[in-house]
Design a protein around this ligand. Structure first.
Ligand SMILES: NC(=O)c1ccc[n+]([C@@H]2O[C@H](COP(=O)([O-])OP(=O)(O)OC[C@H]3O[C@@H](n4cnc5c(N)ncnc54)[C@H](O)[C@@H]3O)[C@@H](O)[C@H]2O)c1
Ligand SMILES: O=P(O)(O)OC[C@@H](O)[C@@H](O)[C@H](O)[C@H](O)CO
Length: 386
């Protein structure tokens, strides 16, 4: 079985590539990073360590790589694959859609096209569905019918903390022991063999919202408050009692929303939160606040981990004060190396606070959550004075 995985980065090598390889797939990574592609092409293997103090290394074999900048080669590789996965970043999906569509077109020209599943493993609601729309935009109308019959894009939720790596070997990757990969079976074609290590469900929404509004809401809260307090990593941030308490408070707000929306048992959800707080504090990981807080425009956007649970909380008459505090801290994430953070700072200077909140969160000026973010932003000290 052949899999093409877009993105040989941290989650690509440390999670998806590892699981697929163990499940019996020959994995070909497509990436635009020449260092990664060259190293995989020359060694056809890499190692993964679990951040549990054991020092044990897992060998991943039978891997290959292609240059993601070569659209023709990417298309030909996709045409021969049994499975396509991605972990490139949701904003990059539009850049891979053209070559993916070209590969799908090649498959659909066959007399009896082989079915294909394309699974986006990104931190977003409906990542595969978004990719499907992008791919459709590149396909001629006469292929749309066959596309609907032979190509499926089941949505997925992926959870494993993989920090930015700092090893001499560019392929080695250290990951947390925990992982969870959930795929929406109801969107799959019949006859596809289960991937060992994947949890299949009918209907992904509760799983992706639970993951995004707990792991990722809590994570970015730790990152933004940690950044403001001058902490370098999430582990250092979580060692601060006030920050840990703020992260827990945010997760109690999103937890109340999730319990109300999905009827999750409260005691089970409380254990889920406790486990996540412990994962953030894992002493064997060093995860920089800049990585976890990266792309604040995406994180503040209406359908993502801060604004969406706050809106749901308001709709249900629940508290959103700590979510508003996290949004205010995101607006003060003044990391010059992050293009989205720089854009927010520029907007704050040029347009002012209210217009910036409205533009990036979609919360208009008179909205109660907007007002709460304004109050909290104004009461918050910037990083220099923290
Ligand atoms: N790191 C984590 O803890 C984690 C966990 C769960 C989900 N995710 C999600 O996985 C995705 C990737 O995150 P990451 O941390 O691995 O990032 P990363 O930057 O380590 O990896 C992304 C990879 O995509 C490659 N890439 C960029 N443009 C490309 C293109 N046009 N074609 C092919 N490859 C391209 C980059 O070169 C890089 O190697 C994101 O959506 C992230 O939210 C990350
Ligand atoms: O990848 P992002 O930028 O959406 O979010 C940063 C981290 O919260 C994220 O990568 C987590 O480490 C991951 O989602 C854990 O499963």
């Amino acid at each position: 079985m052949k899999a093409v995985h877009f993105g040989a980065g941290n989650i690509g090598r440390g999670f998806i590539g590892l699981v697929l390889s163990r499940a019996g797939y020959d994995v070909t990574f497509s990436d635009v990073n020449d260092t990664l592609v060259d190293a995989i092409q020359s060694r056809h293997a890499y190692t993964v360590s679990l951040a549990d103090g054991s020092g044990e290394k897992i060998q991943v074999d039978r891997v290959d790589a292609i240059d993601g900048k070569n659209a023709q080669l990417v298309a030909e590789t996709v045409a021969k694959a049994d499975l396509v996965t991605t972990a490139v970043g949701v904003h990059i999906l539009k850049h891979i859609a053209g070559a993916l569509a070209q590969g799908i077109a090649l498959r659909l020209q066959a007399e009896r096209p082989a079915p294909l599943h394309v699974i986006a493993c990104e931190n977003a609601i409906g990542g595969s569905t978004q990719l499907k729309e992008l791919v459709l935009g590149h396909l001629p109308a006469e292929l749309h019918d066959a596309f609907g019959r032979y190509i499926a894009f089941p949505d997925a939720a992926v959870d494993r903390i993989v920090p930015i790596q700092h090893h001499e070997d560019p392929l080695h990757v250290t990951v947390e022991p925990f992982y969870e990969w959930v795929i929406d079976r109801s969107a799959m074609l019949p006859g596809f063999p289960d991937i060992e290590g994947v949890h299949y469900v009918d209907g992904l929404e509760p799983y992706i919202e639970r993951k995004l509004f707990t792991v990722n809401t809590g994570h970015c809260t730790a990152a933004y408050h940690g950044y403001l307090a001058g902490r370098r990593t999430i582990q250092e941030a979580m060692a601060s009692q006030p920050i840990r308490a703020e992260v827990r408070a945010v997760l109690e707000e999103t937890g109340a929303v999730l319990i109300r929306k999905y009827d999750f048992p409260a005691d089970e959800h409380a254990r889920y939160i406790d486990k996540i707080l412990d994962r953030f504090a894992n002493p064997y990981l060093s995860d920089e606040v800049e990585r976890v807080g990266r792309s604040p425009i995406r994180k503040l956007s209406p359908n993502d981990r801060l604004a969406r649970p706050a809106l749901l909380a308001m709709e249900y008459g629940l508290s959103y004060a700590h979510l508003a505090e996290a949004m205010a801290a995101a607006l003060r994430f003044d990391n010059k190396d992050d293009a989205e953070a720089a854009e927010i700072q520029q907007s704050l200077q040029a347009e002012g606070l209210s217009a910036t909140i409205a533009r990036y969160t979609g919360l208009a000026e008179e909205h109660p959550i907007h007002d709460e973010v304004v109050r909290r932003y104004e009461a918050m000290r910037p990083r220099e004075q923290a």
